[in-house]
Design a binder for this molecule. Sequence first.
Ligand code: ATP
Length: 435
Amino acid sequence: MEKMEKIVSLCKRRGFIFQGSEIYGGLSGMWDYGPLGVALRDKITALWWKHFVLDREDMYGIDAALIMNPVVWKASGHVDGFSDPLVECDKCKRRFRADQIKDLKICSECGGKLSEPRQFNMMFKTFIGASEDEAGTVYLRPETAQGMFVNFKNILDTFHPKLPFGMAQMGKAFRNEISPRDFLFRVREFEQMEIEYFIRESEWEKYFEYWRSEMKKWIADIGLKSSNIHELEVPEGERAHYSKRTIDFEYTFPFGRKELYGLAYRTDFDLKSHQTTSGVSLEYYDPSVDGQAGGGERFIPHVIEPTFGIGRTILAVLCESYDEDELGGETRAVLRLPKNLAPVSVAVFPLLKNKEGLVSKAREIYKMLKKESISVTFDDNGNIGKRYRRQDEIGTPYCVTVDFETLENDTVTIRDRDTGEQKRVKAGEIISAIR
Ligand code: ATP
């Protein structure tokens, strides 16, 4: 089996990620998260929020509605320009993205003839209110960014921040991708974590470099090796309509080197366009500059945008962590997840299932760890070797076993996922030993 297949299969088997609507044959480009997938995702998003919002003084977190006034998408350029070139086979009717296939004439699947490329808008449409007509058409947001531009004035008016400052948001985005593929990599419903960092135009290069290095720090924090990361300077003709400079942070996935994150200099394109379209001033006022009549300076800030896909982060973390080792001639999977991201941090086992003293002591330890907000699981099913193996497969860094010695001297063993080493510690010292 190829590495990707193994990862997809592990995710399903162990309750990380399932095909969306699976019992109905699935729905292309949609995935559902099971308990371990939710736990992994929540650890990643909580770390991101702490790293980029809570630990900083210059960042304002927001959470805008998924559906916005459709004029937003006109002003942002998405209604007219958010499209990919599509070609269709006249025989099997399969559709392909013209910029992702080698032969633009012949269908790779059935040998049929491909149509001329046409632009296909990727925004999902729906209707608001009771009438399903043009006037009620709205879009599911294709990026979280616009929620921040549209709330820029609210942040200025309520918090009076000084430049430079940022707005951050995480949440769902929807794109009607022509060909979803590669598990979580290209999907139609996904989540983003985005920052719009507002600056003076004269300082864009400085802050572009600043965010480039901040993104690299984050990448290291989630355990992705720098040798698997490649920074691609996106050439002019290939950048989004709003961008004057873009760097894609690419990751070496098993299916090739592909964009993980993006960093773009969006200039003042969005705020300027929203100001013109809405008629509402989106200028920043700096009273300290003695520039204009009456003192102070009014201008539209420029913006640097670091953007992070959550699904692609999860996928990269899984690819980086997936490992196999041999035990007794058998190959077994181990997820060597960073300890702070593992869905379960500690598993607690009684050595034997039906020895009352062992079970009640293990339960007591389990409850104590839970009280400390440690993600912990209890397992008394099957022999201890099997239980270790099950925890290795989902990336649990530590297993605590309660055995007969526990009943004599109140010590337990703590087993480390990566070394397999077991240490005996006092039950009361489990937390400090782990931390
Ligand atoms: P691509 O070129 O791969 O389509 P993009 O350049 O259009 O991506 P952006 O518009 O920069 O992507 O979106 C920001 C981030 O959102 C990406 O870096 C990626 O992490 C994530 N993302 C974008 N599209 C998808 C998708 N279809 N599925 C999963 N994640 C996505």
